[in-house]
Design a binder for this molecule. Structure first.
Ligand SMILES: [Zn+2]
Length: 207
C-alpha cells in the first residue's frame, strides 16, 4: 500500500512525533543552560527515549546518566520514584568505581591514598580531589586551637605554629567539613567492604 492513505497518515504521525521530540529537546537544552543541570535521566517509551537522546546536543547527551521505560501518562510521583531508583543505582555504581580507583592508585603509589593518617595529611596539603568516607566511620584526633591543623596523636603544641592542642572527638566529621570548605568533593560510601578493609577512608588526589 505504498502511497496509500494509511501510510501517509502514519508518516504525518511520525513527523508530528519528531517535531514534538525536537521541541522537547530544545526546551531541555534551554532549561539545562539556564539552571546548570549536570545530570539527566530520560524516561519514556524505549523508541522515544533513544530518538530523543539523539536529538539532544552532544553536551547534553554526555549528561545523561541513565534511561528508563515508563508510560506516557505515568503520574509524576511514579516518574519521581523511578528516577530516584536510578539515581541511587548510578550513585552506588560510582561509589564502587571511586573506591576501586582509590585502591588501585594507592597500590600503584600515585593518585590516591587510603587510611586515616595519609588521607588526613593529603587533605591538609590541599591535594585531595575526592574524599571517600565509609558511612558511619568515626575517629577522634587533635586540633590546633590556633591554626586548626589536625593531627592523630596528642602533642604538647602544634608542630606548625606552636599553638595549644585540643582533642577532637569527631575527627571524620571535621575532615568532611574541612573538605567541603575547600570545595573538595566528599563521597559517603555505603556498604563497601573494600574501603572498610583499607581503613574506611581514602582520597583521590589532584597530584
Ligand atoms: Zn597550629
Amino acid at each position: 500500500m505504498r502511497g496509500g492513505a494509511a501510510t501517509r497518515a502514519a508518516r504525518r504521525g511520525e513527523a508530528v512525533v519528531l517535531r514534538n521530540l525536537k521541541e522537547m529537546a530544545e526546551a531541555a537544552e534551554e532549561f539545562c543552560n539556564k539552571t546548570g543541570v549536570r545530570r539527566l535521566l530520560l524516561g519514556g517509551s524505549e523508541a522515544n527515549v533513544s530518538q530523543f537522546r539523539e536529538m539532544l546536543p552532544k553536551a547534553l547527551q554526555d549528561r545523561v546518566i541513565g534511561t528508563f521505560t515508563i508510560g506516557v501518562n505515568a503520574p509524576e510521583n511514579e516518574v519521581q520514584a523511578r528516577s530516584m531508583e536510578l539515581i541511587e543505582k548510578v550513585a552506588q555504581q560510582r561509589e564502587v568505581e571511586l573506591v576501586e580507583q582509590a585502591i588501585a592508585g594507592w597500590k600503584r603509589g600515585s593518585g590516591a591514598v587510603v587510611g586515616l593518617s595519609d588521607t588526613l595529611a593529603a587533605l591538609q596539603e590541599h591535594r585531595v580531589s575526592i574524599l571517600l568516607i565509609a558511612a558511619g566511620y568515626e575517629a577522634s584526633g587533635y586540633r590546633c586551637q590556633n591554626c586548626r591543623y589536625l593531627m592523630l596523636s596528642e602533642r604538647d603544641e602544634c608542630p606548625l605554629c606552636g599553638g595549644p592542642v585540643e582533642e577532637v572527638e569527631d575527627l571524620v566529621d571535621t575532615m568532611t567539613h574541612r573538605a567541603l570548605e575547600s570545595s573538595v568533593e566528599v563521597e559517603i560510601v555505603r556498604g563497601n567492604k573494600q574501603l572498610e578493609e583499607v581503613g574506611s577512608v581514602g582520597a583521590l588526589l589532584r597530584y
